[in-house]
Design a protein around this ligand. Sequence first.
Ligand SMILES: [Zn+2]
Ligand SMILES: [Zn+2]
Length: 252
Amino acid sequence: MADCPVHPGEPAIGACARCGRFFCAKERILLDAKPYCGDCGARPDVDWLGHHYRALEGTRSGVAWAMGLFGLGLVLGGLTLVFTSLEHWKGAVAGFGLFLFGASAATTFVGRRALRPAMFVGAALASGAFAISAQEWVALVPAVILFLVAGAVWTDVRTRLFFRVPVPRAELLKHFHREGSNPLAITASRLAFFSLLIPGLSVLSLVLGVVALTKVNSKATPPVGNVSAALGAIIFSLFTTLIWAGWLSARL
Ligand SMILES: [Zn+2]
Ligand SMILES: [Zn+2]
C-alpha cells in the first residue's frame, strides 16, 4: 500500500469508513469496530459518544454533590455525638467513626484523584470504631453499608469522569443508553415516581413521557432511546392519576 497522504513516510494501513482516504497506524481510530482516519474519528457526528462524555470530564456529578452534603451531615452529626456522649466512651467512639467516614465521603466533592480511595479508608476506620463501641456482630451492619456506599461511588461512571478516570468505551455506551440518551424520558419517569406523593404532578409526567416517546429515534446520531423509561412514566402517571382521582372523588 502507498504512504499515508497526511503523514508522509508512514505506510497506509487501511481506508477510512467515512471519507475513504488512506490512514496510517499513527492516526487510525477504531470506533464500534469501524476504522476512521484521524480527521473523521475526531468529528462529533462520528465519535458522538466520546464528545458527549468528554464534555462531562471534570464536571461535578450528582453523586459528588450528594457525598459532599451527606459527608458534611455525618461530620456534624458525628461531632455532636462525640461531644454529647463524652461520659459514655462507646457513643463517643461511634461518633468519631461517623465523623471519619463523613470527612472521607466529603472529599468526593473535591474530585482530586489522589483522594479517591479515601472513602474506603474512612469506611475501614469507621467500621473499626463501630466494632470497638458495640463489640457485637450488629456493628457489622453499618460497616457493610459504608463499604457498599464507597463501592457505589467508586464505580459510578459520572463520578469517575469527574475525577478524570478513563472509562472504557463499552461502559460509556451502556451508561449512555441507561442515563444519557433521551433525558426527557428519565425526567418524566422520576416525576412520575414523585406524582405518587404530589397530586397533579402526574399530568406533567404524563405529558413529558408522551413527548419523550415521540423523540425516540434509534437511527439518529446520537441515538435517542430510553423507550422503557418513557413508557414506564406514561403507565405509572396514568396509575397515579387514577389513585389521586379516586382519593378526590371519595372526599367530594
Ligand atoms: Zn476519514
Ligand atoms: Zn496518517
